[in-house]
Design a protein around this ligand. Sequence first.
Ligand code: CP
Ligand code: NVA
Length: 319
Amino acid sequence: MTTKATTVSKATDLLTLDELGGDGIRSLFETAAAMKANPAEFRGVLTGKSVIMLFEKPSLRTRVSFEVGVARLGGHAMFYDHGSVKIGERESVKDYAKNLERWVDCIVARVFKHTILDELAYYASKPVVNALSDMHHPCQALADCFTLTEHVGTTDGVKLAYVGDGNNVAHSLILAGAMLGAQLTVVTPPGFEPQFDILRKAMAHAQKSGAKITVTNDIEAVEGHDAVYTDVWVSMGQASQQAFRLAAFQGYQVDAELMARASRGRSKPALFMHCLPANRNIEVTDEVIDSPFSVVYDQAENRMHVQMALLAKLLGDTN
Ligand code: CP
Ligand code: NVA
């Protein structure tokens, strides 16, 4: 990971996933698995460390998994609600970052604009962790790929279909999959494909890892996959586009028929994945999300384990 010029050697950020790379992610997964199996061994890793959590948008999983994770490692997490006053509105992002770095050891932030994270990370000498932006959701993708290693055994060569909006969650999943050698099929309605700069980066990672990335509008491309992933069709901050989006995504719902198509030719039924929160019976039917092959709550639990491993790497003495 990149070292900041302005601070001690351990201060790094996690804004996309580029900071980690495939080897960094695999090493993080080893720590996460050890923490999940033997939590008692890691109780003092963040003793004396404080983490501030700045949230411009609502959250259940990210907030709770970070707060509980920090507590389990012996540290202290503070939640700061930026729902009404966005970061950079009351004072400059520079002043904000320069104050925070005097008190806390790490800044976890959920923002509307990814550029705010870039600015925070530029000015703060302490690590900044992306807790979701309009462009990326790296902690989610880490948990998702860790969940795949638990259920499929590996991410190398895993056949993963992402169906729906080419959004922040899709971007991070594509980047993580590309770094870890996955075979990704991304199926979106026309006009909702992932951004080209993300796809270009993913292609570069894929050349090294052997990953394969296919982007299509053809729903039949889900055939023969280990897992099918979807996310909401209307993300936080897109409420004004709701009617237009719901119309555009017709035909892309993950239902039993789609899962049967995905499972065709496989020895086991395809897993169903979702970052949550879900809009039940919109992007996924109750029947699918409640099926025995749905791993959505494992994904949610694993948010905590991978984030604990990440914080130990960024702040602890285990890196
Ligand atoms: N998946 C996820 O980030 O959930 P929250 O929005 O509840 O944090
Ligand atoms: N794409 C969704 C993910 C929520 C975890 C959003 O940005 O609202």
